[in-house]
Structures are given as C-alpha cells and as structure tokens.
Design a protein around this ligand. Structure first.
Ligand code: LLP
Length: 418
C-alpha cells in the first residue's frame, strides 16, 4: 500500500504534510500510517481467510503501544520474545490468549508471568527449556501450552544475520530430534502439547524456502500423529520480505496460496489452525523516519550530508548494510549532487545511505523510507541521544504516539557514589 505520496511536490503521509509533522514534533521523528498498518495486517488476514488461522504480529518489528493497540483492535494475535514485549501487548489491550512466546532464552519469571496471563502458546526452543517450563508450571499447579520450535534446516537465502533456519543457527530444535522431545513432553505433567512452530529467517523474498520448511514440518506432523500426538496448530513463523530497493517479495496472497495449497494437500481435512508471525511485512513500508539536514560538507571529492538522525535511531544500515530509500520532503528541480547521508554519531558505520543523488540545502527535510519495522524498536541512546518521537497519521489527523525522550530522563535513574 502506498501510504506516502507527493502532492504539489510535498511528501504526505495520508492527508498530512510531513513538514507539518516536523513543525509540531521536530526531528528525528518516526511517522506511521494507520491505513498502511491496517491494510498490511488485513492483507495477511484475508489471504488466509479460507483456513482457520491467526495473524500474530511480531512485536519486535514495532512495539509502540499505539501500533499494537491498532492491530489488537483488528483482532491480531502477537508474537513476543520477552516479558517486556508481553507487558507491552497487555498494556496495549492485546488478548493474552492470542499471544505466542518465542525466543531461545526465556527466564523463569517471564515464563511465570506468561502462564499467569494465559497465553496461547510457548514456542519452546530446547530440551532444557521444556524441562524448565514443566517445572515452573508445576509450581503454579498449571499446564503450560507448548509448541516445539523446530529447525527445518532450509536456507532462506537472506542476510546471514537474519537467517535462522539453518542447522548451524542457535534457534530451535533440530527437526530430527523433535519426535523424541514431543514424546518427552507428552508424559510431562505440566505441559500440554498444542502445536509445532518454525521460523527460518527474515526479509525472505522467495516463496520456496517457506514451502520447503512447511513441507518438512508437515512430515513431522504425520510422524507425530503416528505416535498419537495430535496438534492443534502449525506456526510457520514470520519472514516475508518487503521491497526496500526493487525486490519482489511474495505478496501475502501468493505466500498464503503456496502454504494453503500444501496444507490442504497434505492434511487431508485434518483440522489444524495456521499461525503466522509477520512483522516487517506489516509495519515496514507503513513507516518512515523524518530527519533534517544539519550540515553539508565536502571532503576531497566526497559530499556529505550530515543529518540529525543517526545509527542510534535507525540501526539497520550500520548493522546489516541495509538499504533504505531517502526522499526529499520537498521536491526541488535542478541538478543533484551525490551524497553520503550520515548521522552525528562518532562511528564510521553511522550512515543512513551511501551515494544518494539529492538536491538539498542545510535545513531541508529528508524521509528515510520503509523504516516502520526494526527502526524505533532497535533504537538506542548511544552518544546520549534522546530517542525520536513517533507519530501516527490517521487520515488528516496526526497523533503523537510517543513523545521525544527528554535528555534528563536518560540519566535520571543513574546514581553517583556517596
Ligand atoms: N517470528 C520470529 C520467531 C522471529 O524471530 C521473527 C524475526 C519474526 C517472527 C518476524 O519476522 P519478519 O516477518 O519481521 O521478517 N532486525 C532485523 C530483523 C530481525 C528479525 C528477527 N526475527 C532487520 O532489521 O532486518
């Protein structure tokens, strides 16, 4: 969905000029489109409409309470990976019964809180975790719902830092070990087997790795049913990519059609709910980061545009060499110059874009596109920089979803020695 468009040379979010947002809330500032977030969520929900399913938004992609609340109002489930993310979902009005808890390192207190809240499922990533969960639930005289996150050993052909489905990664349980662990879980008094889970990586731009992974998971489902273990759901994880730079990732429709086709052929009418955990494909293109040009400087033949957003605001370029399109908020005609767009942080890796052709002057505003996922949620206070404001545009209205951090709040909890 196109949430951000030019009108008379001015970039708009829905019906609000981005320039007006900076007047009200300054820069750097994340801007999300309500219509974009909702359309992206609905696209997944509708694509799976022919089958019992639940879209569980991956909270790590964008954990702003207002964003979670909008999705909760649509009936979304949530994939969380920490006690903190669970608290955010609950505070945002999310339904605990639609929450799956993933992650390799769940602490006891996090397990306890999630059992108390009554979540849908723990995606268990090791034998040790399974045993701990059984013990924690036992102390509470409860049974914890579990799926084992299996590692199907498929190559998602994405950036190595965000590929999780290979047998060499820290994630999940090797699929060959799963039958033994399911058998172990079956006789545990305080866990209840409800499903199976996998997640092979992120920013995946082909449908085949998802189909390969699901096919292996369905083999496991068959094997388990022979052991008398009947599951209620299959969670196929997240990972559908977006077009940062002309990539052609599968649409939700194509992704769903491929998965549903396989499920229908293989399950022969057995009732199994499908869970999916998209993050990036829901929030990514529905958000951008607004920044102002502070200085233009030239060193040798190189032109630098020093802007007021930095790697602490948007870490993806520094961490993965990720590409984000950079667009002027006000289009200007005339010759462009090729710039390194960099932030003020004291690291050479603090760049937002290399070799961008722009026509800009000091004080101009730029929009770093496709920053709605893994933007604010990965931000930090490095260099004691206050984190950006977040605004959600809803038609012609702007809503401040998070105030810009106050510098004094950054060190308010620090204590000097007596
Ligand atoms: N489920 C699980 C268990 C995950 O680990 C992830 C992402 C997702 C769902 C959501 O995946 P998505 O639909 O967003 O691809 N910071 C990186 C991405 C890390 C993804 C980690 N796991 C980036 O900025 O590209």
């Amino acid at each position: 969905m196109t949430c951000f468009t030019y009108r008379n040379g001015q970039l708009y979010a829905e019906d609000v000029a981005l320039q007006d947002i900076t007047r009200a809330h300054g820069t750097p500032c994340y801007v999300y489109s309500r219509a974009g977030l909702e359309a992206n969520w609905r696209a997944f929900d509708q694509a799976f409409a022919g089958h019992d399913h639940l879209v569980c938004f991956a909270v790590k992609a964008n954990s702003n309470l207002a964003v979670l609340n909008l999705l909760a109002r649509l009936g979304s489930g949530f994939d969380v990976v920490s006690g903190g993310e669970l608290e955010r979902v609950l505070a945002a009005g999310g339904d605990a019964r639609k929450v799956v808890f993933s992650g390799v390192g769940k602490r006891e207190d996090e397990m306890q809180r999630a059992i108390e809240a009554g979540i849908l499922c723990f995606n268990v990533e090791s034998e040790a975790e399974l045993q701990r969960l059984n013990r924690v639930a036992g102390k509470m005289r409860r049974r914890a719902p579990v799926a084992l996150r299996v590692n199907p050993d498929v190559d998602a052909r994405t950036h190595p830092y965000i590929s999780t489905g290979l047998s060499s990664s820290k994630f999940g349980i090797p699929i060959a070990d799963a039958p033994r662990l399911y058998a172990e879980a079956k006789i545990m008094a305080h866990v209840e087997i409800v499903g199976v889970d996998c997640h092979i990586g992120s920013q995946i731009t082909e449908v085949e790795p998802f189909v390969d992974a699901l096919s292996r998971v369905l083999d496991l489902v068959d094997e388990l049913s022979k052991q008398g273990i009947v599951l209620r759901h299959i969670d196929t994880g997240g990972g559908v990519g977006i077009a940062y730079r002309g990539e052609q990732p599968p649409t939700p429709e194509r992704y769903a059609a491929a998965l549903l086709d396989l499920v229908q052929r293989r399950l022969h009418g057995r009732a199994l709910t499908l869970l999916i955990e998209p993050g990036r494909a829901i929030a990514g293109d529905a958000g951008l980061l607004l920044t102002r040009v502070e200085y233009l400087k030239q060193i040798g033949a190189k032109h630098f545009a020093v802007v007021d957003a930095a790697m602490n605001d948007l870490m993806r370029p520094a961490l993965y060499d990720a590409y984000h399109a950079i667009q002027p908020v006000r289009q200007q005609s005339g010759a462009t110059e090729v710039y390194e767009v960099v932030g003020p942080v004291c690291e050479t890796s603090d760049f937002l874009g290399h070799e961008r052709a722009l026509r800009i002057a000091e004080g101009d505003l730029l929009a770093i596109m496709d920053a709605g996922a893994y933007g604010m949620s990965m931000s930090s206070n490095y260099n004691t920089r206050a984190r950006a404001a977040e605004v959600i545009v809803d038609g012609a209205k702007m809503h401040l979803a998070r105030e810009r951090e106050q510098i004094s709040a950054l060190f308010a909890s620090e204590r000097s020695l007596p």
